[in-house]
Design a protein around this ligand. Structure first.
Ligand code: HSE
Length: 308
């Protein structure tokens, strides 16, 4: 195989109760990439469509991740990248994670799969680090593995795929304003209250238990963020109003997606997610901000090969 086209999904990370350690992909949006083997042993980006990202291979997360990977594998070829950047950078739905996952997955396939999924996640993270100035695997892991994923540890990397209750749907609104992850992390405090940490640990634990037991009511009582939301929500237009609509319509929970500005809500069944979509769209039209919304089942599939 000399060329491959891949789809790499957007991801919702943190999932309210698991800052830096929980994430899942959605079906509705993702980056597309065509990667081709070249005779010359180098990396080149020859085309970028969609949102603007750098052509410079030392600045683009896809090629930064790819570079780390080929330095380790030393293949007898180079790679040409054509990127269709569908996820706006700084969106909070794993834009850089999606691109990094796409390139390492594509190269691995073109080289007859020498690396396992854990190794791919490690190399994809090398791209993420550059874009967010921090190590976190809660976007790249679900983008590669699919399903709800928990990051047990970064060093050594240990990720655990959790069960996805079948009626779980996700609503997402992506206001088209850029919030850089590096900035969104800089505004977080270095110290948190012990009382809040205790509450967070218990809701994280109950969320994991609820996924295993398909207990939607307990999922609803676990999707709380006692540590991060209060610091970041001020960066997001109409955050409280969106959350209030989602909760009134019976969402199991609603919080910031990743480092924002996207907001997500989880629902049992698609009808509630569609109704939240309708009402939040009406509200957001009045805000003067451009935005997109998505309703999706939690995707069991990570990055995958496209047919052409
Ligand atoms: N867990 C990371 C954060 C995700 O919230 O900063 C960034 O997309």
């Amino acid at each position: 195989m000399n060329q491959i086209k891949v789809f790499s999904p957007a991801t919702i990370s943190n999932v309210a109760c698991g800052f830096d350690v929980l994430g899942f992909p959605i079906y509705s949006i993702g980056d597309e990439m065509i990667v081709k083997k070249t005779k010359k042993k180098s990396l080149i980006i020859t085309d970028i469509t969609g949102y603007s990202v750098p052509y410079d291979i030392n600045k683009n997360v896809s090629t930064i991740a790819a570079k780390a990977m080929i330095e380790s594998l030393n293949p007898n070829c180079g790679f040409d990248f054509k990127i269709n950047k569908k996820i706006i950078p700084g969106s909070g739905i794993g834009s850089s994670g999606s691109s990094a996952a796409a390139s390492v997955y594509a190269i691995n396939k073109l080289l007859d799969s020498p690396l396992n999924e854990n190794e791919l996640i490690s190399f994809a993270m090398r791209g993420e680090v550059v874009s967010s100035i921090s190590e976190h695997a809660d976007n790249v892991s679900p983008a590669i593995l699919g399903g709800i994923v928990m990051i047990k540890s970064l060093s050594p990397l240990e990720v655990i795929k959790l069960p996805t209750p079948k009626d779980l749907y996700c609503f997402v609104i992506n206001p088209k304003i850029e919030i850089k992850t590096s900035f969104s992390r800089k505004i977080l405090p270095n110290k948190v209250k012990l009382k809040n940490t205790t509450k967070q640990v218990s809701t994280f634990g109950s969320f994991i238990h609820a996924l295993h037991t398909e207990d939607y009511e307990l999922i609803g009582r676990s999707l709380n963020d006692y540590l991060i939301e209060k610091h970041r929500k001020k960066l997001i237009p109409l955050y409280d109003e969106v959350k209030s609509i989602a909760i009134k319509q019976g969402a199991l929970g609603c919080s910031i997606s990743g480092s924002g500005p996207s907001i997500f809500a989880l629902t049992k069944g698609v009808e509630k997610a569609n109704e939240i979509n309708r009402l939040v769209t009406e509200l957001y039209k009045t805000s003067g901000n451009d935005f997109s919304t998505y309703v999706s089942k939690i995707s069991e599939k990570g990055v995958s090969t496209m047919s052409n």
